[in-house]
Design a protein around this ligand. Structure first.
Ligand SMILES: C[S@@+](CC[C@H](N)C(=O)[O-])C[C@H]1O[C@@H](n2cnc3c(N)ncnc32)[C@H](O)[C@@H]1O
Length: 269
C-alpha cells in the first residue's frame, strides 16, 4: 500500500474507513483521516462498527442452525476477524460463500485469503446492478439458487441511493427460493447521529460511495418485502436476537433477519 499511502490525494473508501474503525490494517492514511473525522462527529462509530460485526456473526450462526449452508454477502467489506466463510465452514466445512463488494481493495484482499478455498470467492460488483451479481459465473458455480440462501446486506444499504437500493433488493429477493433469509443492518434516522448528518454526507461524498444516510424504520422494513421477520424483529443492532431494553445506547444502527416464504406472522420492530 506504500505508493497509494504516500499519495495525499488518495481517495478514502467506505470499506477502508470501516476497516480503520475496526482497527484493521488494510487502509490508507486518507482512510484513517476520514475515520478520525467520523469519530469526531460520531464518537461511538468504532463501537457501532464492532457491534455491527458481532451482529453479522450471530446472524450467520443463526442461519447455519436453521440449515442454511450458502451465503451471498453483498457489501462484504475488507476481510477481518470472523469472516462469513470462517464462521460457516467451521460448522459446515463445505458451506459456500460469495462475497461481493464495489471496492477493488476489499475484493483483492478477500481473494487473497480465499486462495485455495474451493467453496468461497469474492467478486467486484455494484449491488445497484443485481443482474450482474446473479448471473456472475462464480455465483452460478458456487451457489445453488434452488436451495435456501442467506442474503447478507449488513451495514451497506445506507450507502446506496433510494431508487437503486429498493429496486435492487427486490430483484435479489425475487431470485431466492422460499426458506432463504435476508439479513440487514442499517443506519436509522431520528437518532443523535442525525445532528451530524450534513458532516457525514460531506465526508462520504469524498469517498467511492455518493450516498450515506440513515432511513426510517418503515423504509428499512420495506427492504424485507413479504419476508417474515424472525423475533425480535427490527431492533438496535446489539439487541438482536435476544431483544433488550430498546435503549439505543447511542447506537444509530438497527438490524433484523427475515425469512422468505415463511408462514408465521411477521414480528415488527
Ligand atoms: C460498512 S462496510 C460493511 C462491511 C460488512 N458487511 C460488515 O458489516 O462488516 C460497507 C461495505 O459496503 C460496500 N458497498 C458500498 N456500496 C456498495 C455497492 N453499491 N455495491 C456493493 N458494495 C457496496 C463498501 O465498499 C463497504 O465495503
Amino acid at each position: 500500500m506504500s505508493n497509494a499511502e504516500a499519495d495525499p490525494a488518495h481517495r478514502p473508501s467506505s470499506a477502508r474507513i470501516y476497516d480503520a474503525l475496526l482497527g484493521g490494517n488494510h487502509n490508507f492514511a486518507a482512510d484513517r483521516a476520514a475515520a478520525q473525522q467520523l469519530l469526531a462527529v460520531i464518537p461511538r462509530a468504532g463501537e457501532m462498527a464492532r457491534a455491527n460485526r458481532a451482529f453479522l456473526h450471530r446472524a450467520v450462526r443463526y442461519l447455519l442452525d436453521r440449515g442454511v449452508h450458502q451465503f451471498l454477502d453483498i457489501g462484504s467489506g475488507i476481510p477481518t476477524v470472523g469472516n462469513v466463510h470462517e464462521i460457516a465452514q467451521r460448522v459446515v466445512p463445505d458451506a459456500r460463500v460469495i462475497y461481493v463488494d464495489i471496492d477493488p481493495v476489499a475484493v483483492a484482499h478477500s481473494n487473497d485469503i480465499l486462495h485455495g478455498n474451493p467453496n468461497a470467492a469474492a467478486i467486484q460488483a455494484d449491488m445497484r446492478f443485481p443482474e450482474a451479481i446473479l448471473h456472475h459465473p462464480q455465483v452460478g458455480s458456487l451457489l445453488d439458487l434452488g436451495q435456501p440462501v442467506g442474503l447478507l446486506l449488513v451495514s451497506m444499504l445506507h450507502f446506496v441511493p433510494d431508487d437503486d437500493a429498493f429496486t435492487a433488493v427486490a430483484r435479489l429477493r425475487a431470485a431466492l427460493p422460499a426458506g432463504s433469509y435476508i439479513v440487514i443492518s442499517h443506519g436509522v434516522s431520528e437518532t443523535p447521529a442525525d445532528a451530524a448528518e450534513d458532516q457525514i454526507t460531506a465526508l462520504y461524498r469524498r469517498t467511492d460511495v455518493s450516498n450515506a444516510h440513515g432511513r426510517s424504520r418503515a423504509e428499512i422494513l420495506s427492504f424485507f418485502g413479504d419476508a417474515t421477520l424472525v423475533p425480535p424483529g427490527l431492533v438496535w443492532v446489539p439487541e438482536w436476537p435476544r431483544g433488550g431494553s430498546g435503549d439505543p445506547h447511542d447506537m444509530a444502527i438497527v438490524a433484523a433477519v427475515g425469512q422468505l416464504g415463511a408462514s408465521e406472522p411477521a414480528a415488527q420492530g
